[in-house]
Design a protein around this ligand. Structure first.
Ligand code: NDP
Length: 294
């Protein structure tokens, strides 16, 4: 497994298992399968409602705690300094751990950026206290990052963003690279382009002829090609599946290389169409929801 070194020296497995939309009653089995198959990095979130089941799988796996990189996210409803400190307590208790490897803000809250800054300052406090090993953000655009860097002292280690060939966000990626913020791709195999039940007009990037053509040329699957495309550009990728066979397939990506021409052909698939919510429009009124106590 390749690892990436974060801007504070902490090492993180480049590929992890995502668990967004993994129902709690399927989460322990999915994470257990992943750990058996060699995954050592799990990406969850307070808002996913499955931190407890992630923690259970890790504890039952027999894999030493220090060998598993746990990443989770503070939801916007828990933004603000004191609220985010308490958000850590809730997540840590559900996960059953004293320390979280990477704790990130799930979204910016542009309509109340002071509250976003308060939340980030709480992450800085948790980092200084050794309760987390690294801190970061998710879905932060250039404007949000600029305001954050101006007002706080610790540069985020990671920015987790929607990145797949149909939506590549070059401006944010370049900004992150310039500031030593690691780009981490959510929907790295384009999940948001083909989530079941998310609208008929979505066109799955897994079925794109350019992707399937490259997959055939390597004797690999379309998902494996998309994961290589991210990894070869230095990104972290966190594919989600609840199916053991696919969990195995998604980590079996370290035995082939895409050529520069193949990488360029995938880059050309950009559509400019964001699949997820517009980060600037995220408000408590539209997206807020209480995060239960542990
Ligand atoms: P992914 O790109 O990981 O795709 C997941 C989808 O693809 C699921 O429908 C899954 O179905 C299917 N799938 C998985 N493996 C394969 C395969 N090998 N072949 C074909 N289909 C496959 O999308 P996600 O949006 O889930 O992103 C990954 C992770 O990123 C999330 O789980 C979460 O941890 C994080 N995330 C973060 C967000 C944020 O705002 N910060 C937003 C969205 C995601 P099945 O389970 O049935 O196999």
């Amino acid at each position: 497994m390749d690892t990436l070194t974060l801007n504070n020296g902490v090492r993180m497995p480049a590929l992890g298992l995502g668990v967004f939309q993994t129902p709690p009653d399927e989460t322990t089995a999915a994470v257990s399968a992943a750990l058996e198959l060699g995954y050592r990095h799990i990406d969850t979130a307070a808002a996913y409602g499955n931190e407890r089941e992630v923690g259970r799988a890790i504890h039952e796996s027999g894999v030493p705690r220090e060998d598993v990189f746990i990443e989770t996210k503070i939801w916007i409803s828990d933004f603000g300094y004191e609220e985010t400190l308490h958000g850590f307590d809730k997540s840590a208790a559900k996960l059953g751990v004293d320390q979280i490897d990477l704790l990130i803000l799930h979204q910016a809250l542009p309509s109340d950026f002071d509250r976003t800054l308060g939340a980030y300052r709480a992450l800085e406090r948790l980092l200084a206290d050794g309760k987390v090993r690294a801190i970061g953000v998710s879905n932060f655009m250039v404007d949000h990052l600029t305001r954050l860097l101006d007002a706080t002292s610790v540069v985020p280690a990671v920015n987790q963003l929607e990145i797949h060939p149909y939506f590549q966000q070059h401006a944010v990626l370049d900004f992150d690279d310039k500031h030593d913020i690691l780009n981490q791709a959510w929907s790295p195999i384009g999940g948001i382009t083909h989530y079941p039940g998310w609208g008929e007009d979505r066109k799955s990037v897994l079925e794109d002829p350019v992707v399937t053509g490259i997959a055939e040329a390597h004797g690999k699957s379309p998902a494996q090609v998309l994961l290589r495309w991210g990894l070869q550009q230095g990104r972290s990728v966190i594919p989600k599946s609840t199916k053991r066979k696919r969990i195995a397939e998604n980590i079996d990506v370290f035995d082939f290389e895409l050529t520069p021409a193949e990488l360029a052909a995938l880059d050309e698939l950009e559509t400019g169409r964001r699949g997820g919510p517009e980060p600037e429009d995220v408000t408590l009124a539209s997206f807020g929801k209480p995060i239960p106590e542990a």
